[in-house]
Design a protein around this ligand. Structure first.
Ligand SMILES: Cc1ncc(C[n+]2csc(CCOP(=O)(O)OP(=O)(O)O)c2C)c(N)n1
Ligand SMILES: [Mg+2]
Length: 1026
């Protein structure tokens, strides 16, 4: 029977092909629209001439005299064969044919009034139903302004399927199908008019459903069942009053702000006010279905309304911010306010009671102006909440993103974020996306803003259902919002609600929209508000009286006025910028103790063994086995610890202390440079083994997470940033494949990482690893763009801050730390330092490439421990070394040193080798391991040590790159304070300024590298740059 299956497969393919061509029909119609003006509604289209129809219409032939196949209308053999096979064994044919024959054969003949129905008609009827399911949304009445020009696809025409008006009152046998929705009803015989009415009502009303792109049959059936219900949606009086109340709040809130602050920018929601009741109903439904916490991300439009009415930020606070901002009260300790941000960017979080009597925790994440950049941050934060609340099913913590139509279609990070949605280490069990689709982006029409039919089309790549809804239809908005919550809680995947609305005023309150959208705004001017429309509807239904409406309006008005009065004496509470997990953490104004980061030798040995031991039957790759044997040896002897082991020891010791460690980025499991091998693959079974999962007994699977990411920088970095902000007891790292690729995530650095604490008082200890170093790999893989991070550092180059260890707040007061570390032990300590302090600060690491295997880039295990007298042990104990002094045993003052070379990163090893080769005994080399904030104290210690030395900054980067421009003024400040010369006394050795980061020719690179080492070691004084 194989051929039957194959044949039916062909038939199925043909049907699918037909359906899949739907968009092409639309495209074709668009071109032909010039010849044939568009017709709307089915009555006019059924009368189209045959010549106008897009597909050939098969002739009707009774089943008994069938000579045509239903597809090409020429032969009955195929069907009869199929029927015979089915009669012999129903399982021998495809399920769809099984359904067909079971429903059709036998019954059609006996059903009254349908004796003339042909098998082709049955098939065409099914295709018609299908067409509505696939394309019905194209005919839905989505645009409140009625301005949208859309072509109705051909396959929604009766004529296209070979029916005429004469068939409308004929009864047709539809069959009883094993499929949810319309076709599953027990009404196998219906008139064509009845069938069409039902389809129009389900698919072409105020909601346009796009779901037939979803491959999963169960999901489609679930939706079909909800969409094709017999009874139209109805809310009872109580529900309607609640919805009305919420719509009044939403509308009055904007009106109130508009009257009190006429010229203030607030990016009002007018025209899209139904968003607020929609969101609230969505959250109530989500809470009914188990959601306890919602993390929200959104941009400017309606943000204040969401803050006030959904998240319930106190109105008095919002109003106080409008009247000039919430300044701190003088003298209150710890009331750090940072630089602040405009009111429509601030975030907040509150507990809100729900309709069902539960409480739900809502947080709106602070966001920058850069549209959609907050998306991955919200998702990362949601994922972190799931981890910390042990929400393994991901049903208690939900992420909700609100987008604009222009930005959803235009910003690439939307796509990058969507693609995280089903990845095991990034999924949050589905995000609900709401698009406030006001059909304009600033002054740009959709026709200039996107190439797709809908602004939401990008989500189709994900199999997410998309519900387009007319934003003027309050109850339709509520319906899809609830449906979205149900979908998310049922299928744990993304869903999109597209609220098609309009923007009543300009882009902001002082903008004139008629400059660019005159006709649209003529319509808008005369268009009633969603509230007026809903009030009229309720009055007509007689469920709500005029008095009821007035009562609610008066209540809302009086609360708004009361809050306005209260806002005048509003005193900000101590900023709760540190949520529960952050209790006890210090603000930049409070001194935080500097701690040691060395670890007891026995713990180092113990975790060292755990990370180098593999299960007995595990068969790693030969080369990996060798690496692990060498690692075990390093731990045993304490000799020659390399970069990867230093890093693994940092992770392992932090895990042993109960911290969560998560490293993500492209290919981080093995490591781009094949050095990390944090996940091993059994060469026989393919099974994976991650040694760092086995530090503790019964270690939680996620306590250590290392994960290869999708090939995105922007979204993945944003995700990790959001994740890191949830709980300080975690080391979160994002690694770029090569440092230069981090520029794809530049927005995250500019808008969040470098400035988030200052703008929004949110700390993060995120670590960013950027492979950097000049190895002759060409212009693209040499530079992590160190200069950019340094340029964004906010430490004042001309002021030396308090450097006394017990009073030092230098790092706390700086926006981030930038390091270029040169030893495995120092890398270990800088990572551990991220956790062992009472504040959190981003750490940018220029990560090495050739040092990963460099013979001299090794540390001894004693540099990691906390034993007095051991090499890492300084005055206070074992810590990260911000500056590494010359490795020759120099005394406190070395008058014989004629040159002090200051450098950072791997060039140190080349300089050291050059010095040895030339036996330059009068040259000292110091490594500045922490560039930002600048280690003034240690720098001055070294300057004093070498009173006669010429001071040289040596870097391998071109002069306009690397650390030179950052170091020079700070070094000068340090020198000036010691009376040690001027700016001109800082000699530069490095590459000349350049547009490209590096040469593409290996030979040129080698020559340049040799020259700079040679110059640094030259006999006479260095005259460059003059
Ligand atoms: C990445 C980015 N580019 C440009 C802007 C400037 N800008 C602010 S709002 C806006 C229009 C947004 O349109 P849409 O997404 O439809 O939202 P709406 O304002 O219509 O609600 C633009 C271009 C921005 N904030 N971010
Ligand atoms: Mg818009």
């Amino acid at each position: 029977m194989a051929w039957f299956r194959a044949a039916s497969g062909v038939a199925r393919l043909a049907i699918r092909k037909n359906l899949a061509q739907a968009p092409h029909h639309i495209a074709r119609t668009r071109t032909s629209a010039l010849l044939h003006p568009p017709t709307r509604g089915f009555h006019s289209t059924v009368l189209r001439s045959k010549a106008e129809s897009a597909a050939p219409i098969p002739r009707a032939v009774p089943l008994s005299r069938l000579t045509d196949s239903f597809l090409d209308g020429t032969s009955s053999v195929y069907l009869e064969e199929l029927q015979r096979a089915w009669e012999a064994d129903p399982n021998s044919v495809d399920e769809s044919w099984d359904n067909f024959f079971r429903n059709f054969v036998g019954q059609a003949a006996t059903s009254p009034g349908i004796s003339g129905q042909t098998i082709q008609e049955s098939m065409r009827l099914l295709l018609l139903v299908r067409a509505y399911q696939v394309n019905g949304h194209m005919k839905a009445k989505l645009d409140p302004l009625g301005l949208e020009e859309r072509q109705t696809p051909d396959d929604l025409d009766l004529g296209f399927h070979g029916f005429t008006e004469a068939d409308l009152d004929r009864e047709f046998f539809l069959g009883v199908w094993r499929m949810a929705g319309f076709l599953s009803e027990n009404r196998p015989v219906q008139t064509l008019r009845g069938i069409l009415n039902r389809l129009e009502q389900a698919y072409c009303g105020p909601i346009g459903y796009e779901y037939m792109h979803i491959a999963d049959r169960e999901k489609c059936n679930w939706l079909r069942d909800k969409i094709e219900t017999v009874k139209p949606r109805e809310y009872n009086r109580e529900r309607r009053e609640v919805i009305l109340d919420r719509l009044i709040w939403s509308t009055q809130f904007e009106n109130f702000l508009a009257t009190k602050w006429t010229a203030a920018k607030r990016f009002g929601l007018e025209g899209g006010e139904t968003l607020i009741p929609g969101m609230k109903e969505m959250f109530d439904r989500a809470a009914d279905m188990g959601v306890e916490t919602i993390v929200i991300g959104m941009s400017h439009r309606g943000r204040l309304n969401v803050l006030g009415n959904v998240v319930r930020k106190p109105l008095r606070q919002i109003f106080s911010e409008f009247s000039g901002g919430t300044k701190p009260v003088d003298g209150e300790n710890g009331l750090y306010t940072g630089t602040g941000d405009v009111k429509y960017h601030l975030g907040t979080s509150y507990d809100r009671p729900t309709r069902g009597g539960k409480r739900i925790h809502l947080s709106l994440v602070a966001n920058p102006s850069h549209l959609e950049a907050v998306d991955p941050v919200v998702i990362g934060k949601t994922r972190a909440k799931q981890y910390y609340s042990n929400d393994t099913e991901r049903t208690k913590n939900l992420g909700v993103l609100i987008h604009g139509d222009g930005s959803f279609a235009g910003q690439g990070v939307v796509y990058e974020t969507l693609h995280l949605s089903a990845l095991p280490n990034y999924t949050t069990g589905g995000t609900i996306h709401i698009v406030v689709n006001n059909q304009v982006a600033f002054t740009t029409d959709p026709r200039s803003g996107r190439s797709s039919q809908y602004c939401t089309d990008v989500a189709k790549a994900l199999d997410a259902p998309i519900f387009h809804v007319n934003g003027d239809d309050m109850e339709a908005v509520v319906h899809v919002c609830e449906l979205a919550a149900e979908w998310r809680q049922t299928f744990h995947s993304d869903v999109v609600v597209d609220i098609v609305c309009y923007r009543r005023f300009g882009h902001n309150e002082i903008d004139e929209p008629s400059f660019t959208q005159p006709t649209m705004y003529q319509v808008i001017r005369n268009h009633p508000s969603a509230l007026e429309i809903y009030q009229n509807k309720l009055l007509e239904s007689e469920q709500v009286s005029k008095e009821d409406i007035e009562r609610i309006q008066n209540k809302v008005n009086s609360i708004l006025n009361e809050e306005f009065i209260n806002s005048k004496d509003y005193v900000p509470r101590r900023r709760d910028w540190l949520s529960a997990y952050w209790t006890g953490f210090k603000s930049p104004e409070q001194i935080s103790r500097i701690r040691n980061t060395g670890v007891k030798p026995e713990i180092l040995k113990r975790v060292g063994r755990a990370i180098t031991t593999l299960p007995e039957n595990f068969k790693p790759h030969r080369a990996v086995k060798k690496i692990f044997e060498q690692r075990a040896q390093m731990i045993e002897t304490g000799e020659g610890i390399d970069w990867a082991v230093g890093e693994a020891l940092a992770f392992a010791t932090l895990i042993a202390e109960g911290n969560h460690v998560r490293l993500s980025g492209q290919d981080v499991e093995r490591g781009t440079f094949s050095h990390r091998h944090s996940v091993l693959h059994d060469q026989n079974t393919g099974e994976k083994y991650c040694p760092l999962d086995h530090i503790l007994m019964d270690q939680n699977e996620e306590l250590f997470t290392v994960s290869n990411s999708s090939l995105s920088e922007f979204a993945v970095l944003g995700f990790e940033l959001g994740y890191s902000m949830e709980n300080p007891n975690s080391l979160l790292l994002w690694e770029a494949q090569f440092g230069d690729f981090a520029n794809g995530a530049q927005v995250m650095f500019d808008q969040f990482l470098s400035s988030g604490e200052s703008k929004w008082l949110r700390q993060t200890g995120l670590v960013v690893l950027l492979p950097h170093g000049y190895d002759g790999q060409g212009p693209e893989h040499s530079s992590g763009r160190l200069e950019r991070f340094l340029q964004m550092s906010d430490d004042n180059p001309y002021i030396i801050p308090e450097m006394e260890p017990t009073l030092r707040k230098q790092i706390q007061e700086c926006n981030w730390q930038v390091v270029n570390v040169t030893t495995p032990a120092n890398y270990f300590h800088v990572l551990r330092r991220q956790i062992h302090r009472e504040f959190r600060k981003p750490l940018i690491v220029m990560a090495p490439k050739n040092l990963l295997r460099h013979k001299d880039c090794k540390s001894h295990l004693s540099e990691f421990d906390d034993l007095e007298g051991h090499p890492g042990f300084g005055k206070q104990g074992t810590r990260f070394k911000r500056l590494i002094k010359d490795q020759n045993d120099h005394k406190e003052v070395e008058e014989g040193i004629n040159r002090l070379i200051l450098c950072s990163g791997k060039v140190y090893y080349e300089l050291d080798e050059g010095r040895k080769k030339k036996d330059c005994k009068d040259v000292a080399i110091c490594r500045i391991e922490q560039l930002c904030p600048f280690p003034y104290d240690l720098m001055q210690r070294e300057l004093k040590r070498y009173p006669n030395a010429e001071i040289v900054w040596c870097q391998e980067e071109p002069m306009n790159m690397g650390a030179y421009n950052y170091i020079a003024p700070r070094l000068y400040t340090a020198m000036r304070a010691l009376g040690r010369g001027t700016f001109d006394d800082i000699k530069y050795v490095g590459r000349a300024p350049s547009a490209a980061t590096a040469t593409g020719f290996m030979s040129v690179h080698m020559q340049e590298q040799a020259e700079l080492v040679q110059k640094a070691m030259q006999q006479g004084p260095i005259s460059y740059p003059y």
